[in-house]
Design a protein around this ligand. Structure first.
Ligand code: TYD
Length: 138
């Protein structure tokens, strides 16, 4: 999977003068069944999160509040996305190295994941990731 498969997904918005509402339905707005939801918060200025790839897990990242930058890398190409709207998600297929940087204060990143947490699904070493992603090593 290349970085061209990382896609921004516009989520439905129900506009209301009393406040807007956004919803996410599995297999409609995310192309997988949702097994897990987690969020990061109280992220200090200058922090970097991510720094890994998943072998199989697929994810949708949403900036529920504030903003941050997601740098994606497939071992050959890089791209980056600034998430700053709670009605826009970033879909990440498997085997994408991601770094989350430049968090605004008070930002909250919610992640919908296709799989339960499994440390064996992570690749946390970039050189190892690059070898696997570019087919130098399986
Ligand atoms: P990690 O996925 O590396 O966080 P991020 O990508 O946001 O930088 O996870 C950080 C720690 O939290 C790591 O020790 C694993 C643990 N963790 C869980 O126990 N369950 C989870 O669902 C997640 C996402 C992480």
């Amino acid at each position: 999977m290349g970085v061209e498969n990382c896609k921004l997904v516009e989520l439905p918005v129900i506009h209301d003068p009393q406040g807007n509402l956004t919803f996410i339905e599995q297999k409609r707005h995310v192309p997988f069944e949702i097994s897990r939801v987690y969020h990061t918060y109280d992220v200090p200025g200058g922090a970097r999160r991510g720094g890994h790839a998943h072998k199989a897990c697929r994810e949708l990242l949403v900036a529920m509040s504030g903003s941050f930058e997601v740098v994606v890398d497939d071992g050959e190409k890089r791209d980056s996305f600034r998430l700053n709207r709670s009605y826009v998600g970033l879909y990440l297929p498997p085997m994408i190295w991601r770094e989350l940087v430049d968090f605004s204060s008070g930002s909250v990143c919610m992640v919908l994941a296709s799989d339960y947490y499994d440390e064996d699904d992570y690749i946390r070493d970039y050189e190892r990731f690059r070898e696997v992603a570019t087919g130098l090593e399986s």
